[in-house]
Design a protein around this ligand. Structure first.
Ligand code: S3P
Length: 442
């Protein structure tokens, strides 16, 4: 792959206004719900990253027409996507396997969507996705009557059309993908389907589809009825807070920094990274809070904190709200004074890579004091880090987290598998260079 090794050089002072990609989680959902909506929907500012494009490719394989129109531009030049929704019944049998690439959200949400359709579909993915657990969706879908075939709990998945019955399913792990898969299957299931969520996870699905949500004994109960109609509409996608996190941490560990981030999605089920950075002493400002398409967003400014960061404990209910940001929060912890303990994050072990192990490995190679635990990390911050060779293992968030560490390390950091950033943030290396001139060699 071209440019698969990027060298990051240290830069002490950061300044600028990097352009972030559109929110990945919201992009997937907007595309899927537009595809099964009644009529043409417009998605303004759809992500140009690889994962949401895997969802588009699969939807096209199900007969959905999707057009990118260059003539209809958002203020900053992002083309709009027009999706011709033909209702749930308008989806047609695919003539080839649906390729989900590296995207767990694509595979798990589509498995739910397709479980109650009257045709067979096969979902395939790359090597990483083919090693991730799929029993977590097959189990509830089978409870509903779905016919799901897989090998040893892994993709390829074959979903054979079946009549589904509504169920009440209590999530055994905090996973928005599993929640969304069951709710999407519920659109085709007899009666009512309810997902009980003991620990809240990202709620984009319920917001977008306006599903009923009840608080029962401190747990969220989300219900959908068969035939719930999805009107055609315009979706405006905020910028991805998970992409913002790399710059929030970079600005917080730099010697000096002023970084502005525009139109960042600040859904409270996603914005735990801001709370933790603030608790660590970061200097963050949230400006011009507003709402678009039912999702809160704002502009952010991060400046280097005068007294640096200090260690914190991260665990419990906040973990699902920052699960994807833990690798880069661990980088912040390595530069913070004192100890940071990250617990209750065992889900990180089944992401694109085992992110607990991968994060501990690159930080340790750089000279950090890191202890790996089954459900997290303990980091004694404050040791100087040195530039080394880092293997991203083709995990986008590991590549980008290591780059942020490299900005403040002593000497160059070579990141192998750097092109993986395109999975969620195709312009990451250019945007990093834009706030840290001279930092990126590729
Ligand atoms: C996502 C949910 C999370 C997250 C992933 C995107 C989603 O995964 O890590 O990047 O869009 O629903 P889990 O549902 O497996 O926790």
């Amino acid at each position: 792959m071209a440019h698969d090794v990027v060298t990051v050089h240290p830069v002490a002072a950061l300044a600028g206004s990097p352009q972030l990609p559109a929110d990945k989680s919201i992009s997937h959902r907007a595309a899927i719900f537009a595809a099964i909506g009644q009529g043409e929907s417009e998605i303004v500012g759809f992500s140009d990253a690889a994962d949401p494009h895997s969802t588009l490719a699969c939807l096209r394989g199900l007969g959905v027409e999707i057009e990118e129109r260059q003539d209809v531009l958002e203020e900053d030049g992002t083309p709009s996507l027009f999706v011709s929704g033909r209702g749930l019944d308008g989806l047609t049998a695919p003539t080839a396997p649906l390729d989900c690439g590296n995207s767990g959200t694509t595979m798990r949400l589509l498995a739910g969507l397709l479980a109650g359709r009257p045709f067979d579909s096969t979902l395939v993915g790359d090597a990483s996705l083919s090693s991730r657990p799929m029993a977590r969706i097959a189990n509830p879908l089978r409870e509903m009557g779905a016919r799901v075939e897989m090998t040893d709990g892994h993709a390829p998945l074959t979903v054979r059309g079946a009549d589904l019955e509504g169920v009440t399913y209590r999530l055994p792990m905090a996973s928005a993908q599993v929640k969304s898969a069951v709710l999407l299957a519920g659109l085709s299931a007899n009666g009512t389907t309810t997902v009980v969520e003991p620990i809240p996870t990202r709620d984009h699905t319920e917001r977008m589809l306006q599903f009923d949500v009840l608080e029962v004994g401190g747990e969220r109960n989300i219900s959908v009825e068969r035939g719930h109609k999805i009107p055609a509409r315009q979706f405006v996608i905020p910028r991805d807070v998970s992409a913002a996190a790399f710059f929030l941490v970079a600005g917080s560990i730099a010697e000096s920094a002023i970084i502005d981030l525009r139109s960042v999605g600040l859904n409270p089920t996603r914005s735990g990274v801001l709370d933790v950075l603030r608790a660590m002493g970061a200097n963050l400002r949230v400006l011009d809070e507003r709402e678009r398409s039912g999702e809160p967003l704002a502009d952010l400014r991060v400046e280097a904190p005068e007294n640096g960061l200090h260690g914190v404990e991260i665990g419990g209910a906040i973990v699902p709200n920052l699960i994807d940001e833990i690798p880069v929060l661990a980088v912040a912890a390595a530069f913070a004074k004192g100890r940071t303990i990250i617990r209750d994050a065992q889900e990180l072990r089944v992401k694109e890579t085992d992110r607990i192990e991968a994060t501990a490995a690159f930080l340790r190679d750089m000279g950090a004091d890191v202890e790996e635990r089954p459900d997290g990390l303990v980091i004694e911050g404050g040791r100087p880090l040195k530039g080394v060779e880092v293997d991203s293992r083709h995990d986008h968030r590991i590549a980008m987290a290591a780059a942020v560490a490299g900005l403040m390390a002593d000497g160059p950091t070579q990141i192998h598998g750097a092109s993986a950033a395109a999975v969620s943030f195709p312009t990451f290396w250019n945007e990093l260079e834009s706030v840290a001139a001279g930092s990126v060699d590729h």
